[in-house]
Each structure stands twice: as C-alpha cells, then as structure tokens.
Design a protein around this ligand. Structure first.
Ligand code: FAD
Length: 259
C-alpha cells in the first residue's frame, strides 16, 4: 500500500501532523502500536493546555482524535518494526515501513513515537521478587485498594503517582531510584522518568547519547525524507504544546519535501 507520508505514533505530535498533512491534500497514514493519545491519556488534569484549563488528558486527546477524523485521517493499530529507505536510479527515494501485519511504502516519514517509562534497575526488579511492577498508577492503582504500595522515583511523575495512590492504597511508601524496596509493599509503582521510543530507528537517523532523534526546531533529521515531532526529538521543553507545534512544523516540512 502506497502513501505520501506515514506518521509513526498517534500521540499529540502524530495526530497534529496528520491533521496538517491531510488538510494539505496528502495521503497520510498514522500507525499506532497501542492506543490513540499517547502518554498524556493517563493524566487526570492538564493545566497548561491553552484554552482548556483542567481538561483531563483522555478528554483532550479524544477531542484531537475527533478533529483528525474530520479530515479522514487513516489510523491503523500496528507497531512499526522497521523503516528502510530505497533510492532508485533516478534519485527518487521511497521508504518501506514494516509492521508485524503489513508492509507499506511512502514518500516521507514523520517519527512521533514519544517516550516510554524508564524500566527499574535489575537490582530493584530482583528486590521486587514476585510483586507486580506497574508503570501507571491510573491504570493499575485500583488493583491495590486498601493495600500498601511503594512508588519509586523522585520527579514530577512520582509526585503524580503518589497523589493518585494515596486515596486508594492503605499506605504509599516513597523511595528513590535504587533504594531497597520495603518488604511491606504488595506492589511497586515505578516512576523514574521516561526514555525516547526510538530504538527502531537507530539505523535510519542520528540519535544523541540518550537516544533522542537529533533535530532542531525545523524537525528535520539526518536522513532526507524523515522528519521527527514531539518528545522523541532533541529539545529542551517536552510538553503538549511543543509536541503539537512540532507536529505542525514537521507536516509543513513534509509537504514542502514531497512537492
Ligand atoms: C503523567 C504525565 C503527565 C503529564 N502532564 C502534562 C501536562 O500537564 N502538560 C503538558 O504540557 N505535558 C504533560 N506531560 C507531557 C506530555 O504528555 C508529552 O510532552 C506529550 O504527550 C508528548 O507527545 P508525543 O506525541 O510527542 O508523544 P507520546 O504522547 O508519547 O505519543 C507517542 C505515541 O507513539 C506510539 N508509538 C511508540 N512507538 C511506536 C512504534 N514503534 N510504532 C507505532 N507507534 C508507536 C506510542 O504508543 C504513543 O501513542 C505529561 C506526561 C506524563 C507522563
């Protein structure tokens, strides 16, 4: 199946890119490995999305998803496993995008795969033993109603997880990364930061030492025809507004590149 552009990831960056490319008349496909909306869907309140103070992450992404639908954006639930570039003898470049289910061809790519939770250290996993490890209190907190749990981590995500769990669990222990896990806790909630979801693209584009795709505000990567948007690129502020802005910038760059 042939597309003008394939957008990898249906978080806010990917969906914004899809709206812009579709409005520009390009045949765009979005590939998403899990659910629409990306990492913000579990946030109960978003207080810095202009014009909608206090909206939940799920409601915000639902609105953006419906907005994208108005422009007939095609979305398929498939994980991208690899992207290869093919240059023909006339110098025309196409990309082959492979998922478990299918193989697609396109003229340009926008990588908008965001970030995923950083995994606990081997030592802490060993410490946890048979106790379940969760990376999302909103998803799994209810399973431990009235029971003691532990949150690992010291940043904003850890604060958010503690706040959420304190009304559900009988007690919320709080420890830092690599502290021993208290014996009393029946489940471990890990909130030790996020890492970019870019391992599929190591042979395609340049990454920095932390795994972020190297690009500046123009969202252009080291590989002509491949653009990047949102939390998976090198940048200073990783927020909804900056991810959405990247989606627009990357989409405009794709349209210019294809034309
Ligand atoms: C708990 C929490 C609270 C937050 N609160 C705020 C807030 O209040 N305000 C704010 O501005 N920001 C907040 N953020 C940050 C904000 O959520 C991110 O900056 C933003 O969602 C990044 O969007 P994105 O589209 O770049 O990536 P993501 O939202 O991470 O979306 C990437 C998508 O790509 C998909 N994907 C990954 N790999 C593949 C693959 N190989 N194939 C197909 N699909 C793939 C993922 O499943 C995901 O759906 C918060 C983040 C968290 C975790």
């Amino acid at each position: 199946m042939d597309y003008d552009v394939i957008i990898i990831g249906a978080g806010i960056a990917g969906l914004t890119a899809a709206i812009y490319t579709s409005r520009a008349g390009k045949n765009a496909l979005v590939l998403e490995t899990s659910a629409i909306g990306g990492q913000i869907v579990n946030a109960l309140r978003v207080e810095n999305w202009p014009g909608d103070n206090g909206i939940s992450g799920a409601d915000l992404m639902n609105k953006i998803y419906h907005h994208a639908n108005e422009f007939d954006v095609k979305i398929k639930y498939e994980e991208v496993i690899s992207v290869d570039k093919i240059d023909d003898e006339n110098g025309t470049r196409r990309f082959v995008v492979r998922t478990e289910e299918c193989e697609y061809s396109c003229g340009a790519i926008i990588i908008a795969t965001g970030a995923e939770p950083r995994r606990l250290s081997t030592k802490q996993v060993k410490d946890a033993g048979d106790r379940p490890i969760s990376y999302c209190a909103t998803c799994d907190g209810v399973l431990y109603k009235g029971k003691p749990v532990v949150v690992v981590g010291s940043g904003n995500t850890a604060k958010h997880e503690i706040e959420y769990l304190k009304d559900i669990a009988s007690r919320v222990y709080h420890i830092h990364h690599d502290d021993p896990i208290p014996k009393e806790a029946v489940a471990v909630f890990a909130a030790i930061g996020r890492v970019p979801a870019t391992e599929r693209f190591v042979d395609l584009v340049e990454l920095d030492e932390k795994g972020y795709i190297v690009a500046n505000e123009d969202c252009v990567t080291s590989c002509p025809g491949v653009f990047v948007a949102g939390d998976c690129r090198t940048k200073i502020v990783r927020q909804l507004v900056t991810a959405a802005a990247d989606g627009a910038v990357a989409a405009n760059a794709v349209v210019e590149y294809l034309n």
